[in-house]
Design a protein around this ligand. Structure first.
Ligand SMILES: [Zn+2]
Length: 283
């Protein structure tokens, strides 16, 4: 439910983005009847039985896969450990580069594939590990095997790991309150505007795409922040890639709050989103 709502809090699809995504859908004859241009960000949720070619594209001549259908939108993978390992490993290059290249003997083709990846998984095969009301029946070996289906390099490329506790029925059926999608979208747009100003007009560069030079320039931390980061690296055994991700994430949290500098609180929130690294290292 949360994943499906994400496109509604992302900034509205810009005309050039709409054109790019429309081109992919029309090439595949997948445009909704009566629509000339896609007006909303796509949301794709392929089943876990999908092949690696179905995921990133394939065939001869090559045609785009799910990640290109999710271009400028959201790709949602439910029950992540159930996917074929090969279908997940092929996501690594597109997640880094925002496009995918399919090599063939005579020519290779590149398709755009810039998407937000959301994945969901259970804490263990039965799903009740850590649940206050049901007992988990999985052994440590089963849990380890289940978690082990997601490779470290793939997890490393996922910015936020969040544990979502079971929601009691009363809360699900209670009248809605809290922040609306529209006001969240405004907040996201404000943070995007700050980033646009930071990286200069023209492109649509985001904090997530900062180079290491830009990281040093725009993600300076004070003494307290530096020591927090050092402790986290040592104690959680985080990779250099995770370190840079934490800095980019802290920059984004600060932007969402309208803060000019990254404060220790922003860093500690960003570190908190690496919970699966901790689990992997605890194994
Ligand atoms: Zn279990």
């Amino acid at each position: 439910m949360l994943a499906r709502r994400l496109p509604t809090v992302l900034p509205l699809l810009a005309p050039d983005e709409s054109l790019e995504t429309t081109r992919i859908y029309s090439a595949l004859g997948r445009m909704p009847a009566g629509e000339a241009l896609l007006a909303v960000r796509p949301f794709r949720s392929p089943h876990h039985t999908i092949s690696d070619a179905g995921m990133v594209g394939g065939g001869n001549p090559p045609s785009p896969g799910e990640i290109s259908l999710a271009h400028h939108g959201v790709l949602f993978l439910d029950e992540l450990p159930e996917f074929h390992r090969k279908s997940l490993e092929v996501l690594r290059q597109p997640l880094e580069e925002g496009r995918v290249t399919i090599a063939r003997a005579l020519a290779s083709v590149t398709f755009p594939a810039s998407f937000v990846l959301i994945a969901a998984m259970n804490p263990c095969p039965c799903g009740y590990l850590g649940d206050a009301r049901r007992t988990c029946k999985c052994g440590p070996l089963q849990i380890e095997r289940y978690m082990g289906r997601i490779s470290g390099p793939l997890l490393d490329r996922i910015d936020l790991h969040i544990e979502v506790p079971t929601v009691p029925f009363q809360e699900l059926s209670a009248p809605a309150d809290g922040t609306s999608s529209a006001s969240m979208r405004e907040q996201v747009q404000r943070a995007r505007d700050v980033q646009q100003k930071r990286f200069g007009a023209g492109g649509r560069k985001l904090n997530a795409h900062m180079s290491s030079r830009q990281l040093r320039k725009f993600c300076a931390t004070d003494v307290e922040g530096k020591s927090l980061l050092r402790t986290a690296m040592d104690e959680l055994g985080l990779s250099a890639r995770a370190h840079d991700r934490i800095l980019r994430m802290a920059r984004t949290i600060a932007d969402l709050e309208g803060a000019a500098d990254i404060q220790a609180a922003h860093l500690s929130e960003a570190i908190g989103y690496r919970s699966l690294d901790r689990k992997l290292w605890a194994r």
